[in-house]
Design a protein around this ligand. Structure first.
Ligand SMILES: Nc1ncnc2c1ncn2[C@@H]1O[C@H](COP(=O)(O)OP(=O)(O)OP(=O)(O)O)[C@@H](O)[C@H]1O
Ligand SMILES: [Mg+2]
Length: 418
């Protein structure tokens, strides 16, 4: 799955999709659907044109397919008994869109319009030109350096911190919901599963909780499981576990079962396995992914502090004994005096060269230039690709089927080459 440029946007409309046909107008003639990008079970995402502003956008349509069906352009409830539930979901969709719109952050997708049409709701999002982390994991030519991975995590932590400061949870953090724009900067998308704490109370809302194997923490798998910021941090840890190790972590339900049975954790920690990363960085990811919420990192800020503590940790100079310190200082002072008094002033040419400026690590991934080139080339050709099929291992009847991320093998080889 890859979210990207208009010409290169990879369509993943599944067979039998109930997406609106290309060319459909929305909100009068303000927006025109260009093509569907995905149908995630809860919403259908389209590439569209904002005719008023003359720019391409992404439009997300509230379409909980368990409860509704398409009739022409309209979205109708499948049965009368679902009417109330469906309405509650549409309203929740609007509330969430407003909450996201309030959060203005460079690493959170911008929502710039919300409207109702066709008996459902739509949110208009900034089109991010780039790729999602899942395709970055899958394609060797897009591999990231450890510095880039660290930079991406720090930016996403800042975004997640803002989400949590606003008393929201994302609830669906995973590699396919983090896009890298063409400069390699991450953007968090798909708050489709985000729920305000209050709305979680209602039956209608709890019925659309989503789980994504490998990324969802164990508390997402049972009704009434207490969800907290640490739940999002688990999913973020799992996302970076996948990015670094090349393997999505095991399902948290399996981990939980092994834990309960006092068996070894099937999730092998990252720390100590990837020398291109310092252990403090890897240990923080391992901590975020603890099975029990209490044992995890509790906030995005705490995580950032943990990462930064590595840089701040300067080893203090410890004299062996207090008595020695005086002697050492006396010797240093006399040696310095002797040197200053006896030295001739040095000509500029004898001075050691100034250190060269430190080369900053570019956040621009290696593939950015290539990508830009492809983008303009593809404008004339047009491209498309398959949709990944996903399913939960044991879907609960009251949960919507959700995509199971495809697992990538082979990234180890990439890192081995760094
Ligand atoms: N703002 C955007 N810019 C570019 N591409 C996007 C944007 N939003 C979504 N996409 C693309 O569309 C795909 C699907 O979007 P999104 O993740 O919002 O929905 P979903 O996972 O299919 O649905 P659901 O809300 O039901 O979970 C993304 O993985 C990405 O490839
Ligand atoms: Mg998604």
């Amino acid at each position: 799955m890859s979210a990207v440029t208009k010409p290169e946007l990879e369509v993943e409309t599944k067979a039998g999709s109930e997406a609106l046909p290309d060319g459909t107008d929305l909100l009068g003639d303000q927006f025109k659907i260009e093509r569907p990008l995905s149908n995630g079970g809860f919403g259908i995402t389209y590439l569209a044109r904002d005719n008023f502003l003359g720019r391409d956008v992404v439009i997300k349509e509230c379409y909980p397919e368990v409860f509704c069906r398409r009739d022409g352009k309209s979205v109708l409830v499948r049965s009368k008994q679902h009417a109330e539930k469906y309405r509650a979901i549409v309203e929740m969709f609007m509330r969430e869109a407003r909450s996201i719109a309030k959060m203005r952050h460079p690493n959170i997708v911008g929502v710039h319009r919300i409207f109702e049409d066709n008996e459902t709701a739509y949110m208009v999002l900034d089109l991010i030109h780039g790729r999602d982390l899942l395709s970055v994991i899958k394609e060797e030519r897009h591999r990231l350096t450890s510095d880039q991975v660290k930079e991406i995590l720090i930016k996403i932590l800042d975004a997640v911190d803002l989400v949590h400061q606003n008393d929201l949870l994302h609830r669906d953090i995973s590699p396919d919901n983090i896009l890298l724009d063409k400069w390699g900067s991450p953007v968090l998308i798909d708050f489709g599963a985000a729920r305000e704490e209050a709305s979680r109370e209602t039956r209608a809302v709890s019925s659309v909780l989503v789980v994504k194997d490998g990324y969802s923490p164990q508390e997402f798998y049972f009704a009434g499981g207490k969800q907290s910021p640490s739940s999002d941090l688990y999913a973020l840890g799992a996302t970076f576990y996948h990015l670094i190790s090349g393997e999505a972590p095991p399902n948290s339900q399996t981990r939980m079962a092994e834990f309960a049975g006092n068996n070894p954790d099937p999730c092998e920690p990252l720390a100590g396995r990837f020398p291109e990363y310092d252990d403090v960085f890897l240990e923080a990811i391992d901590k975020a992914m603890q099975i029990l919420p209490k044992a995890r990192i509790q906030s995005a800020r705490e995580w950032m502090h943990l990462i930064n503590s590595k840089e701040e940790r300067v080893k203090p100079l410890k004299p062996r004994a207090k008595a020695d310190l005086g002697k050492v200082l006396t010797r240093l002072v006399s040696e310095t005096n002797e040197y200053v008094l006896n030295s001739e002033p040095r000509a500029a040419k004898d001075l050691p060269p100034l250190p060269l400026p430190v080369k900053k690590v570019s956040s621009k991934p290696e593939w950015a230039d290539e990508f830009n080139r492809e983008t303009s080339e593809a404008a004339t050709n047009g491209t498309s690709s398959k949709k990944e099929t996903h399913s939960t291992s044991q879907p609960r009847p009251d949960m919507l089927a959700v995509p199971e991320p495809e697992r990538k093998r082979g990234i180890l080889a990439w890192f081995g080459r760094i």
